[in-house]
Design a protein. Structure first.
Length: 339
């Protein structure tokens, strides 16, 4: 007899089925296979079907029983945790943002925690089908590639009276003081539609502006209207690339009280917050689509989704939370000055 128990193997079940059909006794079968008679008896009792024993059926029943005995994974489809995760995915949160938020929501309940790797695994483990495609479509698929501009003269023309980013105040680079913004355009199919994007560097707060086209007149009107909705202390500087839509930057500066600085040609990393935000926004505003179908209310809803996401760079606060903290500090300082 074996000193350590091991489960019956498929070849042992084949032998058992053959001997049992020939009328061998349980003890004789057990002795031949080096097993306990109780092992053979239990096998026949559990895995026989309608009085007969077939090795293939017995193996299938055994395998299914072992699967059923295992605890359900944390992120099984009918669980409360998966409901929370899938809801946050529908808000276009990344798995890492979801994982950190779950820890904040349930600090003492590990059953409601899931790592970002577990969330990715759960999504890609779904059987092939429409639901799996929908889940994967909610993930950010990586940074969009940027088409390199051709060398030589800048085809967009020169903007008069530009002030270089290199004379921008040093505190802008530190991201400690709020009120410093970056701007850009996201263009639609055939460059026939556009959405203005503004990102506050310290809090990563996002503002989106509907624009009828990518002209300098449209940019001036849209950016002025949106920026003037922001409290004056939070309007200090705006950094932009050398797109011709910013040709009327002096009028924008006068209307908003902001100083406008321009990046070097072909240097998108000099306004990296905006570039990163553009990549995120492309989940909601895909390339090659007509962006004019989105009215300002729809764009504001997209900005709300972005601004309610927890961000690692903000200590897992959302941009709204970080912005509110800055505003509270400014109001407190002003109140102290008055008194």
């Amino acid at each position: 007899m074996r000193s350590t128990y091991t489960h019956l193997q498929p070849e042992e079940r084949m032998t058992l089925a053959s001997l049992y059909q020939q009328g061998w006794s349980l003890r004789a079968i057990a002795k031949l296979q080096g097993r306990s008679p109780s092992t053979i008896s239990r096998e026949l009792r559990r895995n026989a079907c309608e009085g007969s024993y077939a090795s293939a059926v017995a193996q299938r029943l055994c395998t299914q029983r072992r699967i059923d005995s295992r605890p359900l994974p944390k992120l099984h489809g009918d669980g409360c945790l998966w409901y929370l995760v899938s809801t946050m995915l529908s808000w276009l949160w990344s798995p890492q943002q979801i994982a950190r938020t779950l820890k904040r929501m349930y600090p003492n309940d590990s059953a409601m925690h899931a790592s970002h790797e577990s969330i990715y695994t759960a999504i890609y483990a779904y059987p092939r089908g429409e639901l799996r495609r929908q889940l994967i479509s909610l993930l950010r698929q990586g940074k969009s590639t940027r088409r390199p501009r051709s060398a030589g003269q800048d085809r967009r023309g020169q903007i008069p009276d530009m002030v270089s980013i290199h004379v921008r105040p040093p505190e802008v680079n530190d991201r400690v003081m709020p009120g410093h913004w970056e701007g850009d355009l996201i263009k639609g199919a055939g460059n026939k539609s556009a959405v203005g994007v503004l990102v506050e560097r310290s809090t990563r707060l996002v503002l989106l502006c509907k624009m009828p086209d990518a002209s300098a007149e449209s940019a001036l009107a849209a950016f002025t209207n949106k920026l003037r909705q922001i409290a004056e202390p939070m309007r200090q500087t705006l950094t932009y690339d050398q797109g011709k839509e910013m040709a009327r930057h002096k009028e924008l500066a006068a209307a908003t009280g902001m100083r406008v600085y321009f990046c070097d040609p072909h240097s998108p990393w000099q306004k990296g917050s905006c570039e990163n935000t553009n990549g995120l926004l492309r989940q909601m505003l895909p390339k090659g689509t007509d962006l004019s179908v989105h009215d300002q209310d729809a764009l504001d809803s997209m900005a709300d989704l972005m601004n309610n996401r927890p961000r690692q760079t903000l200590g897992w606060d959302s941009p709204y939370q970080a912005f509110q903290k800055f505003m509270a500090a400014i109001n407190e300082k002003n109140a102290a000055t008055i008194h």
